[in-house]
Design a protein around this ligand. Sequence first.
Ligand code: BTN
Length: 261
Amino acid sequence: MFNKALYKRLLNSRRFGEKLVLLEETDSTNAWIAERLDEPDIDKLVVVAESQTSGRGRFGRSWFSPPGVNLAFSLAWRAPESFKFLSLVTMTAGIALAEAVADVTEVAPRLKYPNDLILIDKKGGGILSEFKKTETGSYIVIGVGVNVNTKEESFPDEIKDTATSILSAGGKAVSREALLAVFINMFDKWISTLSARGAGPVLERFHQFSIPFVGKGVAVTIEGETVKGSVIGLNDSGELMIETSPGVIKTVNSGETVFGL
Ligand code: BTN
């Protein structure tokens, strides 16, 4: 069982995650938060589920959430206007996740744009950020799933060739409480950096963890339409700039991204 007291001892952030709800089971922590955005104490709250019955990934995919071994959590944040770029906030969460993995485990984390956590060439985690408007305000819901202590043989057939966990990549079980606390601490730190110094340091840190993609061929599919070209880089909103033909640059901020074409 996730140990709330241990998590609290390791948490330094004074902004996020002091309020933590622990659920034995829910459909999806993103959905749980989205249904409660008008409740008074929801801002900066973290909800952790020991298991999800309908964990959601990007593009309507499902997210494997077996009981008691992984991290599945969401953070609600009534972010100030200045944080309106969801891609950038999501990248900030990706950096925090990579830093938490680097700090707590012996596995070298990589990021795959926009927000996949890669451990030895396989997917070990992902982030689903959603922007929600309610009667009382606008919220960013950041949902994070990390395969922490799942044994390799426990992955379902559909994902067993592409997914991994910290345990199978590094050979050691790690503390979910420490991972979550360090994630929140780092997220807080990078949000402060973003606020004080703009996108530059975030983009630079992202590139340090990222599998290289600038200059690579890419195809991004958004709502059935595919944009193909060569990656120029990321702009200050965290969007991908793609040269689709000589001198023509398109900017995309969502969609299924395949590099290396
Ligand atoms: C992806 O890579 O497709 C994103 C996966 C995000 C999964 C997490 S688990 C906690 C939160 N609740 C959900 O239903 N999804 C996110």
